[in-house]
Write a protein that binds this ligand. Sequence first.
Ligand code: NDP
Length: 485
Amino acid sequence: MICLVLTGKTIQENLNQIADNRPYIDLCELRLDYLKAEELAQASHFPSKVDLPVILTCRRKSDGGQWEENERLRVALLESALEGDFAYIDLESDLKRISLEQKAQRRGVRVIRSLHDFTGIPSDIFHRMSKIAARGEIPKVALFVASVSDLITLFRAREELKMVEEKIVIGMGDYGFPTRILYKKIGSFLTYCSPKEAAPGQITPQEMKELYRADRVNDDTKIFGVIGNPVLRSFSPVIQNKGFHEINFNAIYLPFPVDSVRAFFTLAEMLKISGFSVTVPHKQGVLPYLGKITREVKQIGSCNTVVRANNLWKGTNTDYYGFVEPLIGDLDTKKIQSALVVGAGGAARAVVWALRNHGCRVTIVNRDVKRAESLANETMSAFDSLENAPLYGAVDLIVQTTPLGMAPLEEEDPIATYALRGQQTVYELIYRPHYTPLLKRAKAKGCTLHFGLEMLVRQGKLQFEAFSGYHYPKRLESTLTLEEN
Ligand code: NDP
């Protein structure tokens, strides 16, 4: 079930939040701690105004809520609100008020007994949850997840608490994000969403229901994802999930913030993950764990796509193909014979190898000249310092692979003094924003432009094929745009 955490200051605001999200939610949580004092008296009438089961909660500041008044008042408010037809009441594990519990029991309200910990995962957590369940209450834990190892511990809940049918397990913070999406895989009977983030990592009900379709996950659902750090703003879940839905492929794709690649491979075995994309900073880090790699991965020394094949992890590099595809015509006809590649990092490696493999002469300019030299030596290219970029005004193609031009450096152009000619092709790898300062300049000069989004979508389509075995649905391609475009 998808539960909407109501964050309105008034009853009416909360009713509006429900109306806005009604198609995506199965129940909601009324948070007395968010309500203005003058609204609290109406809380008991709230369940009769909505067509959903309602959880009653008043969360203390120390547990991540807003309540700062005294404890006696909080309990009194909960007790008085219980006059209403709530389906559940969420009470903290250290709160023992017999009168409140008895009233809940009398009124047929199920007790969710919750434990919040913003410091980590207590070692006896499953034991504590079992004890709560033995009392007939629903155990709930909301714990801060500080690493992939912590995430593994939380995902053990399904196995360790097999006998506890109703439970809620939530991992808070970036590393805990997969627990919110894969709530069914962890054994939780609900996941929380909010119109705005009421707890770290919460997403909107619409994203949960329409982008991830988290409530449809079953034992046959194949799990895919993207690993990186940071990765929660990745566009890849949009590309992949849209494609899966369109072809009715029972699969889900989600971001996994990863601190340790080794730990992630353990998690991947545990969750039987079928494949994943790899982004910064792990494109090299995954290599030792792969049983099979393609020629490009070997050349570039980095991998952005991993799939499970005959019990081996197979690594490919779709950045390579995603980058070069739109240029192939011009490379084949020799319209493009020479290129200036700005940057010598991971993305530049794929770019330079792809250009060299298609017979293009390349000069690499980079802030750290040694790095440019090393890539140039490997690929039989030329190199120079970034400042000397204007000396290469005669090239047919310029490829920009540094982060200059995206937040927080969105005003920057790494080759600001380079005199562009209208006959040149300019290829920007940054995809947010769509127009970087360099592309704006190139557009004004009448250059042929290639956008980072183009490469991102092309490499994503190839990943989709690797993951699903099907071509990316053509109909969807025009819908793959970033919000700010
Ligand atoms: P890396 O960190 O591996 O490389 C970064 C490169 O940028 C290095 O050459 C680095 O130079 C240079 N650089 C960083 N900061 C500065 C600065 N302040 N001034 C000058 N040069 C700088 O990153 P990636 O190669 O993995 O990614 C680079 C960009 O490509 C990112 O913006 C990424 O989003 C984009 N990208 C887009 C893809 C797409 O599909 N459109 C796919 C992959 C990447 P130095 O060696 O001196 O540190």
